[in-house]
Design a protein. Structure first.
Length: 233
């Protein structure tokens, strides 16, 4: 399969997966793809870090690691990769732009390779997967990232290929930032002091993890309820 065939397949998949005739889904996706929707989740993650680290230095290193995830995964993409590659977003592509189903005229910026939403959210998800070592939190965070990825395809602002490359880069960044933190903090992956049903192997309280997951679930409920009002706007 040559490069042209891959590009054509990417466009075909986008048109198959993009949009719907449901005003409810339109409203849900618009809410889920908005960064401010997830502020409670970010606050909950900060709470988790502060509550489970008795060292200010360690807490600041974790926060710095998360911020560096956002910088390397998303900001560098927006500043360098997108203008350098200059791949038009689906809704602005001369070939298929008019066939893309958009919501309220939203087509995003000019260029879309690769998806900063995908790389940003996945880098944060992977960073916390390595950091906390909780199966429940890992599943929740990865699903959160994938939901964000789906919204970008639904809105027609990214091709599946943009999403895939964003996920790959996000994984590398999230893993790299965790490894940097691990080395600087001289931690072991498994801490024998926390072999307990109340803590993960890296010392994070299961109860505090449940708080993060609960807030994530309530955020999803909020998005669903808000999307109901979108129907009548």
């Amino acid at each position: 399969m040559d490069w042209t065939s891959i590009i054509d397949l990417d466009k075909h998949l986008l048109l198959e997966l993009n949009g719907s005739s449901s005003l409810f889904l339109d409203g849900l996706v618009k809410t889920l793809t908005t960064a401010t929707t997830w502020i409670p989740l970010y606050v909950a993650l900060l709470y988790l870090v502060i509550k489970n680290n008795d060292s200010t230095k360690r807490t600041l290193m974790i926060v710095a690691g998360a911020l560096l995830c956002v910088f390397f995964a998303g900001s560098l993409d927006d500043m360098i990769v997108k203008p350098l590659v200059a791949r038009w977003r689906p809704g602005r592509d001369e070939e298929i732009g008019m066939m893309v189903d958009v919501v309220n005229g939203y087509r995003g910026g000019r260029f879309g390779f690769f998806s900063a939403h995908a790389s940003n959210t996945f880098s944060i998800a992977i960073f916390f997967c390595w950091l906390v070592r909780s199966k429940a939190l890992s599943i929740a965070m990865i699903l959160w990232s994938l939901v964000n990825c789906w919204t970008r395809i639904y809105l027609g602002v990214h091709y599946p290929g943009d999403i895939l490359c964003g996920l790959i880069w996000g994984f590398l960044v999230g893993t790299g930032m965790w490894y940097l933190y691990y080395r600087l903090n001289s931690l072991q992956v498994v801490n024998d002091n926390f072999v307990s049903t109340k803590y993960t192997s890296t010392g994070y309280s299961i109860r505090d993890i449940d708080v993060v997951i609960t807030i994530l679930l309530f955020t999803l409920i909020y998005a669903i309820l808000k999307s109901c009002f979108f129907i009548y706007v």
